[in-house]
Design a protein around this ligand. Structure first.
Ligand code: NDP
Ligand code: PMR
Length: 399
């Protein structure tokens, strides 16, 4: 019976390449965001861009950014007792799914102020409201990871806000399993790797100094990984498998013109591009650890939060997949977790004093207890991590 169900699900889930265009599905009103909302968000982002260009021309940005320092770590409470100040955490992609659930879990403790770094301001505002997050506990700042200009603008705006940075969570992602042709970021990188890896790579490199300046007891940089990028698991062996190859496509800039849009130089495959991007996320976390942990004391970590089969990540998948995926994960693989539970898990990696070990990829067992998990050979390849780092530096304009 279980086998029959598995094979039904399996055939429903395998996406033949030829069938990709007919399977393509987009529901722009899924979260109740109208076109005019997007237009407003775009408008505010171009106003910000103009402001940044003005600041750059006038050399103002540098002068303003150097002024950022962390406020005193202990503050007087009404009873006169000194208590730890609120932690300040930036979460990318906090407008839905895991990011929103994590923002909620942290804000609810009253110990954290969450900076929701989102590409759609109004969607984020509505999400925060409907999740019941107290106004005092969050700030929304515009960030579109598919534009390096926007990443730089976000960093400038954040620095100018004068807020300390105690924890940065690189959570946002796109997944395009039904895309027939690649689409690209503003700079012309294939969208999944461009957003999930390169956007976050630039963001975390530009904010590393701010994290380092934090006087919070534990400062952390967390990059969300996944089981599907790890070929040492059953889930990681579902085709198409992650494989960065010799990185020839990444080195060529993933632009699909004079080079492939895929990291390994192969033909475009949206599901593989996502899994490859997750391998880059996990390699980047480890490379950060090797380069900066000893010097800065920052904890670098990644995690697989469980299969949150109901999130917006699957919005571009075919309707049949979205119908069957949650029960398949709940009753067959038993890998399912709710958004709330996954949010609590990521919130632990942000704030638990017991999870300060650096260079770790966290997972949770059936009793929801955290443990240090093993990464696949490729996702823990030291040489590959260094190469991905060096190529990414060039692509995002850091070298
Ligand atoms: P969601 O789609 O719900 O959340 C993704 C978030 O990323 C959204 O807020 C989305 O914004 C944002 N985002 C997408 N593109 C950009 C961009 N260009 N700039 C800024 N933000 C952007 O998916 P999940 O919550 O499931 O995914 C969160 C993380 O969890 C991802 O890193 C994913 O890889 C990881 N993960 C998820 C698993 C799952 O089973 N769902 C399992 C393992 C890991 P918007 O709301 O505007 O679309
Ligand atoms: Mg997978 C223990 C088994 C397990 C787990 C934990 C996952 C997680 N998956 C498992 C098994 C299987 N999956 C099996 C046996 C199949 C074949 C039927 C299967 C199929 C499948 C598909 C088609 N699974 C998928 C897809 C997707 O499109 C999802 C994906 O790869 O997104 C990138 C996905 C996932 N399975 C998971 C998880 C966590 C995902 C999605 C989220 C992610 O990695 O970010």
């Amino acid at each position: 019976m279980a086998l029959q169900a598995a094979s039904l699900v399996s055939s429903a889930f395998s996406i033949p390449k030829e069938g990709k265009s007919s399977a393509s599905f987009k529901d722009s009103s899924l979260f109740g965001v109208s076109l005019s909302d997007h237009a407003k968000a775009d408008f505010s982002s171009s106003v910000l861009r103009c402001k940044r260009e003005f600041n750059q021309r006038n050399g103002a940005v540098r002068a303003q950014t150097t002024a950022t320092t962390s406020p005193a770590v202990n503050v007087a409470s009404p009873s006169g007792k000194k208590t730890l100040r609120k932690g300040s955490v930036v979460i990318t992609g906090a407008s839905s799914g895991l990011g929103l659930a994590t923002a909620k879990a942290l804000a609810e403790t009253g110990k954290w102020h969450v900076i929701m770094a989102c590409r759609d301001f109004l969607k984020a505002e509505r999400a925060a409201k409907s999740a019941g997050i107290d106004k005092e506990n969050y700030t929304i700042m515009h960030l579109d990871l598919a534009s390096l200009d926007s990443v730089r603008q976000f960093v400038d705006t954040f620095k100018q806000s004068g807020r300390p940075l105690d924890v940065l969570v690189c959570n946002a992602a796109v997944y395009q399993p039904t895309a027939k042709e690649p689409t690209y970021t503003a700079e012309g990188f294939e969208l999944s790797v461009g957003t999930n890896h390169l956007g976050h790579f630039l963001l975390s490199r530009l904010l590393l100094d701010d994290l380092n300046k934090s006087n919070y007891p534990s400062k952390r940089l967390i990059i969300v990984g996944s089981i599907t990028g790890n070929t040492n698991t059953l889930a990681g062996n579902v085709p198409p498998k992650a494989n960065l190859g010799d990185l020839r496509g990444l080195a060529g800039g993933l632009n699909g013109l004079n080079t492939s849009s895929m990291i390994d130089g192969g033909d475009f495959d949206g599901a593989k591009a996502y899994k490859d991007s997750k391998v880059c996320n996990m390699l980047t976390m480890q490379e950060f650890h090797r380069r900066y942990h000893e010097e800065t004391g920052i904890t670098f970590a990644s995690l697989y939060p469980g299969c949150i089969a109901t999130t917006g990540l699957f919005r571009e998948h075919i309707p049949l997949f979205r119908l069957l995926f949650p029960p398949f994960q709940k009753y067959i693989t038993k890998g399912y977790v709710s958004e709330d539970e996954a949010g609590k898990r990521l919130a632990q990696v942000v704030s638990e004093p017991s999870l300060t070990k650096s260079g770790v990829y966290w997972s949770w067992n059936k009793d929801s207890a955290s443990f240090e998990n093993q990464l696949s050979q490729e996702a823990s390849d030291v040489q590959k991590a260094r190469k991905v780092w060096e190529i990414s530096e060039k692509l995002v304009g850091l070298t």
